[in-house]
Design a binder for this molecule. Structure first.
Ligand SMILES: Cc1ncc(COP(=O)(O)O)c(C=O)c1O
Length: 408
């Protein structure tokens, strides 16, 4: 018998939402670390709950979000173009600023052409969906970012996932696949949780062996690593061997948006076929101007990349010396493994109370039992701030029994 109207509180489709109580439970325990509203920030520090804490969980790698020059560049264009484009690039939403940025990025990356998207997420989702079609095969690293996963799901191609950074596994899967199918290998250039760099030389080799295209998502690599900040392929001097490289503006470039570079024909095809590009409004002018200024600063102030590398090495070494497990981080993303999810939330809270903001990352974003605090660093962090972060980790680590008293 059906339920009476009075008994039906909501439609069945919404059961999953009404049954989702986990976030409320964690909030009641006073341990919920997400969606914390920042009340103000100067980049290195943030005001939260009326207190100032050091930001050790931002992707603002070059420290440009609060630079007076990027702020002025954004302000200046507001007067010329207004606040938004109110349409997609295809129709009314292309500004001369967008074309200038595409040209400068293609040149910077040493590729023929560039297409902008309104976020990095849309860049990968929209490009992968478009370039891999029916009868094609996508070979995707199991630890790839969610936007790549969604792009592979949205495409009509078949996706084959290989074990994280495991080139032998990739090769064996490629060897078993249809030799006549169009193929592309897609991977994060730097993995966003571990800070590990993809094995670009081996990927280039295997791509050549099986006649596959190679696509790198360099969201955490461009403006961070490689020659002049040109990303993961550039670390190995292999940019010419990689077909498509994507980047984001939400990290080193202090803004919002994303881009893809590659051969002119491939970029033109994506520009004319990607739903994420065609059916979504273009980057607002202030965002574009911020990126143009950030790109200029990146090239004029090489000290930022140097400092970023130096302080990342310093923090990795010191966290390891204290006794923390930082996985195999190679970049400014340095995870600190705590283990149990609730222990991780408690650690996060104590660290926050000790004046340091980090990001709690729990399964399924990381394997079960490997909940971690994702820390990341920026060129503008002062030595004193870095040492305060380390001291907070030392104290909280000892309190929680993650490290022992000998951590020095
Ligand atoms: C590897 C990777 N790709 C893409 C993105 C998406 O970038 P955006 O923030 O510009 O949407 C992110 C952001 O978290 C990322 O970590």
């Amino acid at each position: 018998m059906g339920q009476s109207e009075a008994e039906i509180k909501h439609h069945k489709i919404f059961n999953k939402a009404y049954d989702f109580t986990k976030a409320d439970e964690i909030k009641e325990m006073g341990l919920y670390p997400y969606f914390k509203p920042l009340q103000a920030t100067d980049g290195n520090t943030v005001q939260i709950d009326g207190r100032e804490v050091i930001m050790a969980g931002s992707n603002n790698y070059l420290g440009l979000t609060n630079d007076p020059r990027t702020i002025k560049a954004a302000q200046d264009v507001l007067k010329v173009y207004g606040t938004g484009c109110t349409g997609s690039r295809y129709l009314n939403g292309t500004l001369d600023l967008h074309l200038e940025l595409e040209e400068k990025l293609a040149k910077f990356m040493g590729k023929e052409s560039c297409v902008l998207f309104s976020t990095g997420y849309q860049t990968n989702e929209g490009s992968i969906q478009t370039i891999a079609g029916r009868n094609d095969l996508i070979f995707s690293d199991r630890d790839n970012h969610a936007c790549i996963v969604v792009g592979t799901q949205a495409s009509n191609a078949k996706t084959i996932r290989y074990r994280h950074n495991d080139i032998e596994h990739l090769r064996s899967l490629m060897a078993k696949s249809d030799p006549d199918a169009g193929k592309i290998i897609v991977t994060d250039g730097v993995f966003s949780m571990s800070g590990v760099i993809a094995k670009v030389p081996e990927l280039v080799k295997v791509a050549k062996e099986f006649g596959a295209g190679l696509y790198l998502d360099d969201a955490h690599a461009i403006g961070v690593i490689g020659e002049g900040g040109r990303g993961s392929a550039s670390v190995f001097d292999l940019t010419d061997e990689v077909d498509l490289i994507s980047g984001t503006f939400s990290k080193s470039f202090a803004s919002l948006g994303g881009f893809l570079v590659g051969d002119r024909e491939i970029i033109e095809y994506i520009r004319h076929h990607s739903p994420a590009h065609i059916f979504s409004a273009s980057m607002p002018p202030a965002n574009v101007a911020t990126v143009l200024k950030s790109l200029e600063i990146l090239q004029e102030e090489p000290w930022r990349l140097k400092r970023l590398e130096e302080i990342s090495d310093y923090m990795r070494t010191e966290l390891k010396n204290l006794g923390f497990n930082v996985w195999s981080s190679q970049t400014p993303i340095i995870p600190v493994v705590i283990g149990d999810m609730f222990d991780c939330f408690r650690f996060w809270k104590d660290l926050f109370e000790a004046g340091v903001y980090s990001n709690a990352v729990v399964p399924p974003a990381v394997p079960q039992g490997q909940a971690l605090l994702r820390t990341s660093y920026m060129a503008t962090h002062t030595d004193e701030q870095l040492d305060r972060i380390l001291e907070a980790f030392r104290k909280v680590g000892i309190k929680h029994g993650i490290i022992d008293n000998n951590g020095s």
